[in-house]
Design a protein around this ligand. Structure first.
Ligand code: SF4
Length: 388
C-alpha cells in the first residue's frame, strides 16, 4: 500500500497491489493532491489538451512565473501524432494553457529531430508550429545552434546550449516501442537535445549507456508522456496503437519502468532504465495513481495488416481502447518471442457476467475459464498470463 494512501485520510482511495508489486490507487473522491517524486499519475481519455490541463490543476503544479521553461516534444520525424511517432499538439497546448494561467511567460519549445530529419518540417507537419503561433511561444529548431561540451562523471559530450539555459525542462515523450531499445519514452527523448554528431556516437556505443549518462547532465523536471497513440514496434510510427492515456511524473526512470510494463516488457529488457537508476537519475520503485477513470469504449481500432493479423483470434465487444491497446502490444511481444496462441481471446465490457471456455482479458472477461484480471491490465500482465 502506498504511503500517500495511509497518510491522507481526507482522500478516499482504494489501493490494489499490482502484479508488479506497485500499488495502483484508484482516486474515488476529491482530495488534495501533491505531485510526488515517487509516483506516476495516469489520466485516461481521448483529448490530450483537456487531460493535461485537468491533471496539472488537480496536482497543483507550481512553477515560478519568472522561470524560463523549456518544452521538449518528441518530433523524431515529420509525421502527425496519429502515426504513433510524435507528440500530440493538443498535449503541448494544454500544458501551455496551464503555464500561462500560472503567469509563466518565457516558454520555449525546442527540438532537434532524428538523424537526417528536418525539424522545421516536423514542427509544421505535427501541428506544433500552429500551437506556438497561437500561444506566442518561441519555437527553436536546435539543429545548427551552439552546443556545449559537458564533462560529467558519466557523460562526456555535446549538449545544445539552449537546453542548458532553461530553468525548468518539461519532457513530452511518446509511449511507444523501439526497434533497437524495445521502448522509447522519457529517458531516450532527451536525445533530441544533442547535436546529430552526438546522436551518431550514441548509436555507435549501443545507445543504452550514453542515454543513461545524458540524463545525469540534463534533468527532466517534469515528464508528461503522450500515451494517446504510440507505435507497436518502431519509433518512427506506421503501426499506431491507441492507448488513450497520458502519464505524468517527475522521475523519468520510474516513468520509463512503468511504460515498459505497459508495452509488455520487463524493466531488464531495456538496459538504459537500470543504468539510469544506478547513476542516480531516479528510481524504478513508486506508486501509480489514477486521476480519473474515463475508460472509453473504442469507437474503432486501427486495422492495418499487422494489427489485423495479430488480433485474428480476438473477439472484442465494447472493449476499451486502453484494454485493447494493451492486448495488441502483448500479442506483438508474444509473436516476437515465438509464442503462438490458438484459443479464442475475449475482451470487452459485453463479456461482463458471461462464463465459458477460452481466454478472457481484463476484469470484464473474468468469467472465462482462463483469464487475466485488471482494469485495464498492462501488456506485461497479459504477456505473463498468456506465456503460462
Ligand atoms: S476490463 Fe473492461 S472496463 Fe476495464 S478496461 Fe478492460 S474492457 Fe474496459
Amino acid at each position: 500500500m502506498c504511503a500517500d494512501y495511509a497518510r491522507d485520510k481526507k482522500t478516499t482511495k482504494k489501493a490494489v497491489a499490482g502484479r508488479s508489486g506497485r500499488c495502483v490507487c484508484y482516486i474515488i473522491e476529491k482530495g488534495v493532491m501533491v505531485l510526488r517524486r515517487d509516483a506516476i499519475y495516469v489520466v485516461y481519455g481521448e483529448d490530450p489538451q483537456a487531460m493535461v490541463f485537468f491533471a496539472l490543476r488537480k496536482l497543483h503544479l507550481a512553477i515560478d512565473p519568472s522561470w524560463r521553461v523549456g518544452i521538449k516534444p518528441n518530433l523524431v520525424v515529420a509525421k502527425p501524432a496519429t502515426s504513433g511517432a510524435t507528440t500530440s499538439p493538443g498535449l503541448v497546448a494544454g500544458l501551455v494553457q496551464y503555464l500561462q494561467e500560472q503567469g509563466v511567460r518565457d516558454i520555449t519549445i525546442m527540438e532537434s529531430s532524428g538523424l537526417g530529419q528536418d525539424t522545421k518540417k516536423a514542427f509544421r507537419v505535427s501541428g506544433i508550429e500552429e500551437v506556438a503561433r497561437k500561444y506566442r511561444l518561441r519555437l527553436v529548431d536546435l539543429k545548427g545552434t551552439p552546443a556545449q561540451k559537458m564533462n560529467g562523471p558519466h557523460y562526456h559530450g555535446q549538449v545544445f546550449q539552449e537546453a542548458l539555459s532553461i530553468d525548468y525542462l518539461i519532457n513530452l515523450p511518446v509511449v511507444k516501442a523501439h526497434c533497437q531499445t524495445n521502448i522509447t519514452c522519457a529517458l531516450k527523448n532527451l536525445k533530441g537535445l544533442i547535436p546529430d554528431s552526438e546522436k551518431r556516437r550514441f548509436h555507435s556505443q549501443g545507445l543504452h549507456r550514453p542515454i543513461a549518462g545524458l540524463n545525469t547532465v540534463l534533468k527532466s523536471d517534469l515528464v508528461i508522456a503522450d500515451g494517446i497513440m504510440g507505435d507497436l514496434t518502431f519509433e518512427e510510427g506506421g503501426t499506431p496503437v491507441r492507448m488513450d492515456r497520458i502519464l505524468l511524473a517527475q522521475d523519468p526512470v520510474l516513468l520509463d519502468a512503468y511504460v515498459a510494463e505497459l508495452l509488455g516488457y520487463q524493466t531488464e529488457e531495456i538496459p538504459y532504465i537500470r543504468l539510469a537508476e544506478e547513476l542516480g537519475v531516479g528510481s524504478t520503485q513508486g506508486d501509480v495513481l489514477e486521476l480519473n477513470r474515463d475508460l472509453g469504449v473504442a469507437k474503432e481500432f486501427q486495422r492495418d495488416r499487422k494489427v489485423a493479423r495479430l488480433t485474428e483470434k480476438v473477439e472484442a465487444h465494447a472493449a476499451c481502447s486502453v484494454c485493447y491497446g494493451a492486448l495488441v502490444h502483448a500479442l506483438e511481444r508474444l509473436r516476437a518471442s515465438g509464442v503462438k496462441i490458438s484459443a479464442p481471446i475475449h475482451i470487452g465490457q459485453e463479456f461482463q457476467g458471461q462464463t465459458g471456455a477460452g481466454i478472457g482479458i481484463g476484469r470484464c472477461a473474468d468469467g472465462f475459464s482462463r483469464h487475466v484480471g485488471g482494469c485495464p491490465p498492462s501488456a506485461r500482465a497479459i504477456v505473463e498470463f498468456l506465456q503460462r
